[in-house]
Design a protein around this ligand. Structure first.
Ligand SMILES: *[C@@H]1O[C@H](CO)[C@@H](O)[C@H](O)[C@H]1NC(C)=O
Ligand SMILES: *[C@@H]1O[C@H](CO)[C@@H](O)[C@H](O)[C@H]1NC(C)=O
Ligand SMILES: *[C@@H]1O[C@H](CO)[C@@H](O)[C@H](O)[C@H]1NC(C)=O
Ligand SMILES: *[C@@H]1O[C@H](CO)[C@@H](O)[C@H](O)[C@H]1NC(C)=O
Ligand SMILES: *[C@@H]1O[C@H](CO)[C@@H](O)[C@H](O)[C@H]1NC(C)=O
Length: 414
């Protein structure tokens, strides 16, 4: 039963097909008249062609050159027109013989009615009109599908402001000249790493309240496409942060040393650096150098880092310059005459860092130590020249001599 139905249907289908073919005229039809493709992708151009029964196809070609040839598309015998302009048509270049295309072009159709092709790894140079043409055997009729297919190959471009200030919002756009990419899924990259979060709708990436970490090279791509747009640098500007001072010498600083202070800070754009000693401006630039340091340079320093977005001071650093004793002098407690029995104090002052140890000498004889040398009941035996010696680990120095001249009370009475 089943068998007989099938048998009955087959001739019907067959006769319908024959009818269709025999009724078909000359023609080429392209499924899409315009194709927009992403650079580096593969494009399929769907195409069918028809011709009356009785003809056999000799040659099918795809070409970029449309030699508008009325006679040809009227499907008359071309042998009548073998002159120069006809020759030109004959020469319409077959893309499969063009070295620019031959490796990338794949004919998916057949020799009956399907003229579909695929072109892979398209580049912008492939943006062009493309035409299918076929030639029949013996009678040499030829037909070109002169409506053609226009192919546009687009790349992707990231549009972003060159710089954005921290905290602002920024919108990056992945642009292409294909209108249809609006519905596609975009993938964004920062420094070649795909961004999983914060993907905005359509072809835009919205960065809300931009952070410094958002700076980088951005590129975009379409899902399921290998082509990635050129990267665009997004720079995030921000005021100085983490401002700190470092000192060239790690140990103690001795008078005469060369000392360099460096100010480091993180900012974009780079900051201007100024130096302050106890609140007074002393210089500018990232490095502050003191070639021969002296005790006068001791003190508290800090640097200020500033750019157009703000400024920030470092913590203070203290320069403590060490030096041997200097400027030693002795003073005597009593200004007038010294009489036997008086109490007298000699005081040694000296300038040094670290503080010095003081020793007292009377005519080269050590008599005591400490800043003050006191004699409670002075006698004439104490008369003589006194000196103090100031000493720290960096050196020692003697004061000038002072003379104690102790008067005898008896003599004065006389
Ligand atoms: C050459 O062919 C064109 C049509 O393609 C025709 O118009 C022209 O008259 C022909 N010239 C000669 C010399 O046959
Ligand atoms: C022509 O061939 C292509 C590729 O094989 C196929 O996808 C397409 O459906 C065919 N077209 C027709 C009308 O048969
Ligand atoms: C940084 O210093 C330069 C030169 O001294 C000056 O022209 C500029 O205005 C300064 N910029 C800021 C942000 O202070
Ligand atoms: C020595 O000290 C005195 C008093 O403190 C001061 O006036 C003088 O300038 C100092 N001299 C030197 C060379 O430091
Ligand atoms: C030294 O003597 C002076 C007075 O002459 C006094 O002011 C000072 O405190 C004394 N210093 C010491 C360390 O005794």
């Amino acid at each position: 039963m089943v068998m007989s139905v099938r048998m009955a249907l087959l001739p019907l289908i067959f006769s319908l097909m024959i009818h269709r073919v025999s009724g078909a005229d000359w023609g080429v039809s392209y499924r899409h008249s315009h194709i927009c493709a992403l650079k580096d992708s593969s494009v399929t151009i769907y195409c069918t062609y028809t011709y009356p029964t009785g003809y056999k196809i000799k040659k099918t070609i795809w070409t970029k050159t449309l030699v508008k040839d009325k006679e040809s598309n009227e499907a008359e015998d071309t042998s009548k027109y073998e002159n120069k302009s006809e020759k030109k048509h004959e020469d319409a270049q077959d893309l499969s013989e063009d070295p620019e295309y031959s490796q990338r072009l794949q004919y998916l159709g057949d020799k009956q009615k399907n003229c579909t092709i695929r072109l892979s790894h398209v580049t912008q140079k492939d943006s062009h009109m493309y035409y299918f043409r076929f030639t029949t055997k013996k009678t040499k009729k030829k037909w070109i599908g002169d409506r053609g297919v226009s192919l546009t190959v687009t790349d992707l471009q990231v549009e972003a402001p060159e710089r954005v200030t921290e905290g602002d919002s920024v919108r990056l756009t992945c642009k292409s000249s294909c209108a249809r990419t609006d519905r596609a899924t975009f993938i964004w990259y920062r420094n070649s790493q795909p961004l999983t979060e914060r993907r905005d709708r359509n072809n835009q990436l919205l960065l809300q309240s931009v952070r410094r970490e958002d700076a980088g090279r951005y590129s975009c791509a379409l899902q399921e496409h290998t082509y990635i747009s050129p990267a665009v640098q997004l720079s995030v500007t921000y005021p100085p942060k983490s401002v700190s001072v470092s000192i060239s010498s790690s140990g103690e600083i001795v008078e005469g040393d060369s000392v360099t202070l460096s100010c480091s800070s993180d900012s974009n754009p780079p900051a201007n650096i100024s130096w302050f000693k106890e609140g007074t401006f002393v210089g500018s630039g990232r490095i502050y150098s003191i070639s021969k340091i002296s005790s006068d340079h001791s003190g508290e320093y800090k640097c200020k880092s500033s750019n157009q977005h703000g400024e920030k001071y470092s913590d203070t650093v203290t320069l403590n310059v060490m030096y041997p004793p200097k400027n030693i002098s002795v003073s005597i407690s009593s200004s007038g005459e010294i009489v036997e029995g008086d109490s007298v104090t000699l005081s040694c002052s000296s300038d040094s860092n670290p503080p010095a140890e003081i020793s007292w000498f009377k005519e080269r004889m050590f008599v005591g130590s400490g800043r003050n040398y006191s004699i409670s009941k002075i006698s004439s035996d104490h008369s003589g020249e006194y000196k103090c010696k100031s000493r720290n680990k960096l050196g020692e120095k003697d004061s000038d001599a002072v003379t104690l001249n102790v008067m005898c009370e008896l003599m004065m009475v006389q």
